[in-house]
Design a protein around this ligand. Structure first.
Ligand SMILES: NC(=O)c1ccc[n+]([C@@H]2O[C@H](COP(=O)([O-])OP(=O)(O)OC[C@H]3O[C@@H](n4cnc5c(N)ncnc54)[C@H](OP(=O)(O)O)[C@@H]3O)[C@@H](O)[C@H]2O)c1
Length: 267
């Protein structure tokens, strides 16, 4: 069995996941890559080398945590779990189908908690680390992202409670990126972010912050100003933030109305 420590990385095929995987690789970790797309996972493992493995599972499947934990145990046991897989779609709450709502809470919140639970024995015996990838929207309630915010606020609370419960046994960390340039944001969202004045980081910048958090003693880290400042202000005095964000609803509504008009004139 290899002496290199094992990291389980979910969302490994995504915009942030791929860069995290490369950084962990450079840092000497062995990887168990998790996502649904079997062929992309296979290409990554072939590129990384035979000591690395992948598992193609849907994290909304109840059986996924046990399957991942079993494969990690076969590889010698996990020392790091990165709960990075996530989904989002900016949509009016009233227009969101209930299936989509529950899927978002499942993939972004229930699945990271269940996977952490399934890997707990391995992580405890290796005095390991969990890094949960949250969002700036895990501290700032943003209109048209209510289910996503619910999932990321929940993930932040889960991380904080677990970090305190397992202090000295398993290090539990929470990274809160702001918008980043990946496929989770389609062209329409990129345009809207521009209109709202929201900056987008490139995945490498988020990966720098991820590695810095992993190597530090800190439990939590935000990415980028002014989002870090607003997250703190919103926690302390949300009534000072309400007005500014409510004002943005008009821009968001106009953007979606224009998209709708464009779609119906082209179809
Ligand atoms: N990019 C941003 O603007 C931003 C900002 C703040 C926080 N974040 C957070 O960063 C994390 C990574 O996002 P990203 O930007 O890299 O998104 P992305 O490029 O869309 O990647 C999402 C990843 O999650 C996996 N995934 C999605 N649904 C899954 C499911 N049901 N089962 C298993 N795997 C699933 C996808 O793989 P498959 O499709 O192969 O399954 C993919 O690897 C997410 O938690 C996101 O909320 C992103």
């Amino acid at each position: 069995m290899s002496k290199q420590k094992l990291a389980v990385l979910t969302g490994a095929t995504g915009g942030l996941g791929r860069v995290f995987a490369h950084r962990l690789l450079q840092d000497g970790w062995r990887l168990l890559l998790v996502a649904r797309d079997r062929s992309v996972l296979q290409t990554m493992v072939t590129q990384f080398g035979p000591e690395h493995q992948a598992i193609a599972v849907d994290l909304s499947d109840d059986k996924a945590p046990a399957q991942i934990a079993h494969q990690a145990a076969m590889m010698g046991g996990a020392s790091l779990l990165v709960n990075n897989a996530g989904i989002n779609r900016m949509v009016a709450f009233a227009e969101m189908a209930q299936d989509e709502l529950t899927q978002m809470l499942q993939v972004n919140l229930a699945s990271p908690a269940c996977l952490t639970h399934a890997l707990l024995n391995q992580l405890e015996s290796n005095r390991g680390t969990v890094v949960n990838i949250g969002s700036a929207l895990g501290a700032i309630g943003f209109p048209y992202q209510s289910a996503y915010c619910a999932s990321k606020f929940g993930l932040r609370g889960f991380s904080e409670a677990l970090a305190r419960e397992f202090s000295g046994k398993v290090a539990v960390k929470y990274l809160a990126p702001r918008a980043a340039d990946t496929a989770i944001n389609d062209e329409s969202i990129r345009q809207l972010n521009q209109k709202l004045g929201n900056q987008m980081d490139c995945p490498q910048v988020v990966a720098d912050e991820f590695m810095a958090l992993l190597k530090s003693k800190a439990m939590r880290k935000g990415v980028g100003y002014p989002e870090k400042f607003f997250a703190r202000l919103n926690g302390l005095l949300p009534e000072l933030v309400d007005g500014n964000i409510i004002k943005q609803c008009a821009t968001i509504r106009a953007h979606f109305a224009a998209q709708c008009a464009k779609f119906s004139s082209s179809s």
